[in-house]
Design a protein around this ligand. Sequence first.
Ligand SMILES: Cc1cc2nc3c(=O)[nH]c(=O)nc-3n(C[C@H](O)[C@H](O)[C@H](O)COP(=O)(O)OP(=O)(O)OC[C@H]3O[C@@H](n4cnc5c(N)ncnc54)[C@H](O)[C@@H]3O)c2cc1C
Length: 313
Amino acid sequence: MKRKLAGKQGNRPLISGRDSNGYFLPESLAEAVNLLGQAGEGLKVLAGGTDLLVDLYERLIEVEGWLDLGLIPELREIKVRAEQIEIGAMVTHAQLEKSENIKKTLPVLAAAAAEIGSPQIRNRGTIGGNVVTASPAGDLLAPLIAYNAVLELVGKDGVSRVPAGDFFCGPKQTIMKRGQLLSRVLIPRPSSGTIGCWIKIGKRKALVIASISLALVVRLAKGGVIADIRACFGAVAPTPLEIKAVRRLAGGKRLEQLDFSQVGELAAAGIAPIDDLRGTAAYRRNVARELLIQALEKVQSTGGEIIADQADC
Ligand SMILES: Cc1cc2nc3c(=O)[nH]c(=O)nc-3n(C[C@H](O)[C@H](O)[C@H](O)COP(=O)(O)OP(=O)(O)OC[C@H]3O[C@@H](n4cnc5c(N)ncnc54)[C@H](O)[C@@H]3O)c2cc1C
């Protein structure tokens, strides 16, 4: 398989070294899809490598070759259009954190990206890698669901789009098929009355995987009526999770008409946590309740300013 693919490399740049025959650096998405379509499971799609190389080091994966997406320009772009924001799969956390456009239009996502790992991890790690790894604790997943993002997948059968909320089906499991790549994340441009909050709880303040996280996005219509509200948690279930009961209860009301304790109870009841080394299930239910109450209070008290918190537990 390696030889067959290597024979199609032409003049494309190759990384020299002993693995150069199995290392592909396509310069277009079409070329990447073509290479992936011809390969077996052993050809690994490489973005920043911050998850993949850990798996390799721990011998959790078998690698026959690498398909490095690093030279495909369109995957690195952030485009702000009238209707939606388009984020290429190879956009790094550092780009999201620093982009004035993302900070202005999707502040909850920018805040989550800013708290990932360390500067080194944020410079390498990508939105695409975070999504495809599909860790329940992946920090960008809850904000993407809260912003109603759509994931664009490309494979030999063409392009398909799937809401982020339908993409994850278990810890590290997604609906993506073999031979498909994640090309872009498409997010409807939030209207001017959209406010939100990001809170990540971990055992320390840096280089920490979330024990629990919350992305709250509230869209207020004229007169302060809640037109849409999405409370999405990370690390409380096998997949990132929106508590849809919050939408049903709060939609059409004003923030000050809500009983925040009652809304918090919906979070405690709606999550499906496990006991693990970052916290017990009972702890996570308590924290989920309190986090949602805290987030609602903050959103209400700041009247729209974006908030990002990282707390110790
Ligand atoms: C020290 C450390 C700290 C970390 N801290 C955090 C943290 O605080 N929060 C957090 O959420 N994560 C954290 N991570 C995990 C990791 O950095 C992120 O998940 C990161 O976003 C992964 O992106 P990547 O580009 O490095 O992905 P890679 O490792 O390159 O790829 C990850 C997976 O996605 C696949 N893939 C990547 N891009 C595509 C694509 N476009 N199409 C199809 N498949 C693709 C790869 O094949 C692989 O299976 C940390 C990791 C380390 C090592």
